[in-house]
Design a binder for this molecule. Structure first.
Ligand code: SF4
Length: 389
């Protein structure tokens, strides 16, 4: 856990942002203040269940504890640079994470659920060819508190907005900017706060980590926080996947699939989801679909252990790639369905605000734009929510 910095006469106190502590870390933190475990649990509930940041409002905490907390701790959200609301109800927030970087979170309401897609890194080092974040390059890992802050803000802001204490985010997917498993040490405490009944209380089935396939970290995740897993596959052969997802050169398909099978022993669901971005003339032929079925169901493994999620590509100029035609997607899906594979074609949401999959960071890509916005904000100029549609 982060160490408490005790005040000295010469240096200002570096306050600990409690959004970054999972319950066990908060228990340790409170122990350093001479407080018992149940106080940490109370504090954790105030922060995450009720969205309270002001220690003085935490009425059942002893006044002495509130005073101590004010000296060495804080609950601080990420500043919101912009908010965009799509015609279909999708909301995209751009958060300022300092140093000219910004990350995005996307809220996707549906009839029976509301999913928040959140970011784990500013930029991404994996460099998938079809991903606009990948083209942006890597800036830095987010801290635990910066990952949690996206959920904390969305959940409590929406409750305030709808004037309802009901849960607003029912599912979280780590599919925003970044490769979550490259930021493992900051990710795991964030997942624990999402899952903890004293915080957001989401079931492991409703929290999904999406990875491009960092095999050793998939094994570690299965031991540390075995939430649902989605794997960005995007190609049925190594040469093609080497081209689309360069990480494949390090962890080729066979190794990746073996890791998926190991993960299944700990997963909250009895299947792994494979994501497959449909790229015209690149990976979308009927032959590609047949090979995909072969590699996934070969060796007598069958088709019951995985699902395929076909994602329409959202083109951006730097990629040089095009989206598959609806006919190609249909023909591809038919091969999978005929083979008994559970297959979905992802609906495009929020495309009027560039919130569709693979479009995150469209605005951030131009760092100067984000920096200019931040400077405007510092100068007190209006950085108003953008409302689209
Ligand atoms: S698809 Fe995911 S892993 Fe690949 S570059 Fe984009 S953010 Fe990174």
């Amino acid at each position: 856990m982060e160490q408490l910095n005790h005040p000295t006469t010469e240096t200002a106190v570096q306050k600990v942002n409690l959004l970054g502590l999972d319950l066990e870390a908060l228990v340790d933190f409170c122990a350093q203040l001479g407080e018992k475990r149940f106080r940490a649990t109370q504090l954790y509930r105030w922060i995450h269940q009720r969205g309270v940041a002001d220690f003085d409002a935490m009425s059942d905490l002893a006044k002495s504890l509130r005073t101590k907390l004010k000296e060495c701790a804080e609950v601080v959200a990420l500043p919101v640079l912009t908010e965009q609301v799509s015609r279909d109800g999708t909301i995209k927030w751009l958060f300022d994470v300092g140093g000219g970087d910004a990350v995005e979170a996307v809220y996707i309401p549906e009839r029976d659920r509301a999913t928040l897609c959140i970011s784990s890194q500013a930029g991404c080092a994996i460099g998938c060819r079809f991903c606009s974040t990948g083209h942006q390059g890597f800036s830095r890992n987010l801290k635990t508190w910066e990952i949690v802050a996206q959920l904390w803000y969305a959940e409590h802001e929406l409750r305030r907005r709808f004037e309802s204490p009901e849960r607003k985010v029912s599912n979280v997917v780590m599919m925003g900017m970044g490769e979550p498993l490259q930021n493992f040490n900051q990710l795991v405490p964030a997942l624990k706060t999402m899952l903890d009944d004293n915080a957001f209380g989401l079931s492991r089935r409703r929290v999904t980590v999406s990875t491009s396939g960092i095999v050793p970290m998939m094994d570690r995740l299965s031991q540390s926080a075995p939430v649902a897993l989605a794997v960005s596959l995007h190609a049925p052969t190594d040469p093609l996947r080497d081209h689309l997802v360069p990480l494949n050169k390090k962890y080729p398909i066979e190794e990746l699939l073996a890791a998926c099978h190991r993960y299944l022993e700990y997963a909250p669901r009895d299947f792994i989801t494979f994501e497959y971005c449909m790229l015209a003339g690149m990976n979308d032929s009927v032959e590609n679909a047949r090979t995909l079925v072969e590699i996934l169901s070969g060796n007598g493994q069958g088709t019951g252990w995985f699902k395929l999620n076909l994602i329409p590509f959202n083109p951006f100029p730097e990629s040089g790639l095009l989206c598959s035609s609806p006919q190609a997607v249909q023909a591809f899906a038919k091969v999978l369905l005929d083979a008994g594979v559970v297959t979905t074609v992802r609906k495009t949401r929020g495309d009027d605000i560039d919130a569709a999959c693979g479009q995150l960071a469209g605005e951030v890509k131009d760092r100067t734009q984000a920096v200019v916005r931040m400077q405007k904000k510092r100068n007190g100029e209006s950085v108003e929510a953008l409302r689209v549609g």
